[in-house]
Design a binder for this molecule. Sequence first.
Ligand SMILES: [Zn+2]
Length: 135
Amino acid sequence: MIARSLIKKAQNATEKAFPLSAKREDWEYLGYVGAAIETQSGNVFTGINLALLCGIGFCAEHSTAAMIQAGETQLKRMVAVAHDGKVLPPCGRCRELIYQLNKKNLDAEVILDEAERSVLLQTLLPETWQKRIRV
Ligand SMILES: [Zn+2]
């Protein structure tokens, strides 16, 4: 799958978040995001964020857990997109999440912007804590 198609799938996923969030007065502040992940086998999984108060929400990358249920943990590429179409690099927590799912994900391509600029996850997560200790 090309990067443009993956970006479009992530943006389409934000539409699923909107009905929930549209009822909230604070939605403009919290925003909503979709994510699309292409696995090494070529399957694509999408997710949406839940921007809830009291810190109980989660990022769109977290709700792509269906890939784990499908028995996959190794990514080929990933992208997160805000409802307005802006591509968002993953937050630090999501970078760590993707890494911990499969260490080979350090070689996953992360799409950074609408121009389809991308880097490998290892560029965004250069000093993993697991290099320092045995787990
Ligand atoms: Zn995140």
